[in-house]
Design a protein around this ligand. Structure first.
Ligand SMILES: C[S@@+](CC[C@H](N)C(=O)[O-])C[C@H]1O[C@@H](n2cnc3c(N)ncnc32)[C@H](O)[C@@H]1O
Length: 226
């Protein structure tokens, strides 16, 4: 299936409201499970950076797992960011979880120059230029930073994409189902992600594997000169 890009930022009020609802809780759960699987025993104690953090479900979940670590999230869509900030307040985690407005690849102020963990979930497929994500990892990751990127893979056909939506979010409202279909069409293939990792000189650091039947994970430790 040919890639059909989708808009980078998610700022439409209806789209944001539905995305921030409970229908994607399983995606957040999967991310945390995979983090624990790929980095057994890792307990970050300084700060984690989440690129394209959306409504902050993953930063909030990580905050619970790593209470002695700050979680910083970057999000480009103001409405999505507002949902995330509200969620942080609701949980009373303002001292531990900090969300920032920023549109990659532009630069914006962050409390750390480099991070011990850099993560991202379902962000790559939004990017017209996928190197924006891999370059951000090189920019914000400290030497030996733990990296975990999970995203959708583009199915081979429209029918396969519809099958994924039916399997993944069977009870979700039509708008979210439509959004996921658009995301699957915009996603990169395993071959494309492999080429991106090679181009970024990350192929030797990050292992590319399947996180689920329709998502890849790129995980490992960043080895570079600081
Ligand atoms: C599909 S959502 C994923 C959100 C979150 N990571 C999650 O798993 O729930 C992708 C998010 O990336 C944001 N985004 C897209 N392009 C961006 C960019 N260039 N810079 C910053 N955020 C961006 C979108 O606004 C959206 O909120």
């Amino acid at each position: 299936m040919k890639r059909i890009p989708e808009p980078e930022l998610m700022n439409d009020p209806k789209q944001v409201a539905i995305y921030a609802g409970p229908y994607l809780d399983s995606a957040c759960w999967l991310f945390i499970q995979r983090f624990r699987k790929y980095f057994p025993g890792l307990v970050p104690t300084d700060a984690i950076l989440d690129l394209g953090c959306g409504p902050a479900a993953i930063p909030l979940a990580l905050a619970g797992h790593f209470p002695h670590c700050e979680i910083h999230g970057v999000e480009g869509a103001p409405r999505m960011l507002a949902y995330g900030k509200e969620a942080v307040q609701r949980k009373g985690l303002e001292k531990q979880v900090h969300l920032f407005h920023g549109i990659l690849p532009s630069t914006f102020p962050l409390p750390r120059e480099r991070y011990e963990v850099v993560i991202s979930n379902s962000f790559l497929h939004h990017l017209a230029d996928p190197m924006v994500l891999w370059n951000a990892i090189l920019k914000y990751g400290q030497t030996y930073a733990a990296i975990l990127i999970i995203d959708l893979l583009r199915p081979t056909s429209e029918e396969a994409a519809e099958f994924v939506v039916d399997t993944y979010i069977p009870d979700a409202p039509p708008l979210l189902r439509k959004d996921m279909l658009l995301s699957l069409r915009a996603a990169y293939t395993l071959d494309e992600v492999t080429a991106q990792l090679q181009k970024a000189n990350l192929a030797e650091n990050l292992t590319l594997t399947m996180a689920s039947p329709f998502q890849f994970a790129a995980h490992g430790y960043l080895c570079k000169e600081s």
